[in-house]
Design a protein around this ligand. Structure first.
Ligand code: PLV
Length: 351
């Protein structure tokens, strides 16, 4: 029989078997993450349009409503729970993720959003137990206030897109896809939306992790929230004068440095493309009709790559291969949408 001698744990003597159990529990807690392994759905109607199988990574089904929870959950876990509280500047979805994670960790959260955030998002943030401050017109204004609170209140700053720990967390979206599709299921291209560039950096990291760096990325933005496209065109990072698109969650005025660096990297193929707000809205509506899922404009930008025929144009121009392997679309999700918001957008954009 195995002896069950006593060992010290945290200054208390407990039996070896008890200690073993606690070590297992502890490693379980360390391995736990806040995001879910989301469904990977094949869309027949989108596949028909694209002329190749289209796989949808359904990040809309994350507990906070978007992919943001992957990076923010990871970052908050790494920074630890000892913080006085966290402060996150957000167009909405990073804030939802930060509020959710902070609630689960038992840490107070302050979310600073610009006035463009719809009332439903502000209410949802409050429902998650966060204190909400509305500052400025666009995300950059809200971010300046969040950074000020970090200084004056001693809160831990949670950035929405510009941090290596966020990208590391976001990278899990690709390793999940690789596990689902298997070694022979390498995508022909990945389609995603770009705001400040955090998702793009995470996906690049994920592609590196699984050895898929040759897979082209189609990086979508809307006209008027196009800081990545402007940087790619200028050959340097530029700051937009204003955000004029209704895809407010893509509305960072300057793309993060790492996303720009990746755009210049010869080993990667990142194709930066724009759609109009009308095309993004049309994509949101078609997706709702055909897939029965409501996502926000920020996500509509990525979906529009297929619904607007843009992918075929890229193939015609020789920028994507023909035939093209399966398409992976990151359905980034978003909480800034409901029927009222959708009706408002229709009235605004379709007149
Ligand atoms: N939204 C950020 C930044 O806003 C936020 O604070 O929520 N799709 C959705 C649904 C998003 O919410 C965002 C970013 C993106 C795509 C783009 O991700 P990013 O910023 O990592 O490129 C200003």
């Amino acid at each position: 029989m195995m002896s069950d001698k006593s060992v010290a744990l945290g200054g208390v003597m407990i039996s070896e078997s008890e200690a073993r159990l606690r070590r297992i529990d502890c490693s379980y807690i360390m391995a736990e993450h806040f995001h879910l392994n989301t469904p990977l759905l094949e869309s027949v109607s989108m596949s028909r349009r694209a002329g190749t199988p289209v796989f949808l990574k359904m990040e809309n089904s994350q507990p906070s409503g978007s992919f943001k929870i992957r990076g923010i959950g990871h970052l908050c876990q790494q920074l630890g729970t000892k913080s006085k509280g966290v402060v996150c500047s957000s167009g909405g979805n990073a804030g939802m993720a930060a509020a959710y994670v902070a609630r689960k960790m038992g840490v107070p959260a302050t979310i600073v959003v610009p006035s463009s955030s719809p009332p439903t998002v502000i209410q949802k943030l409050k429902d998650q137990g966060a204190a909400v401050q509305i500052v400025g017109k666009v995300w950059d204004d809200a971010n300046a206030e969040a950074l000020r609170l970090t200084e004056t209140e001693g809160l831990t700053y949670v950035p929405p897109f510009d941090h290596p720990l966020l990208w590391q967390g976001h990278a899990s979206v690709i390793s999940e896809v690789a596990a689902s599709l298997g070694p022979s299921g390498k995508p022909g291209a990945v389609v995603l939306s770009v705001g400040g560039g955090g998702l793009l950096c995470g996906v690049v990291q994920g592609l590196k992790d699984v050895g898929w760096t040759e897979v082209p990325i189609v990086a979508m933005e809307t006209v008027g929230a196009d800081c990545f496209n402007a940087a790619v065109k200028a050959g340097r990072r530029v700051t937009l004068d204003d955000i004029t698109s209704e895809a407010k969650c893509l509305g960072a005025k300057t793309v993060c440095e790492q996303a720009f660096k990746y755009s210049q990297c010869k080993e990667l193929k990142i194709i930066s493309e724009l759609v109009t707000d009308q095309q993004a809205l049309h994509a949101v509506e078609t997706f709702l009709d055909e897939e029965r899922v409501l996502v926000e404009m920020a996500c509509g930008a990525a979906l529009a790559a297929i619904y607007s025929g843009l992918l075929h144009r890229l193939q015609d121009e020789g920028r994507l291969p023909t035939p093209l392997g399966p398409l992976l679309v990151i359905v980034c999700g978003g909480s800034s949408v409901d029927m009222e918001q959708l009706t408002n957008l229709r009235n605004k954009l379709q007149t």
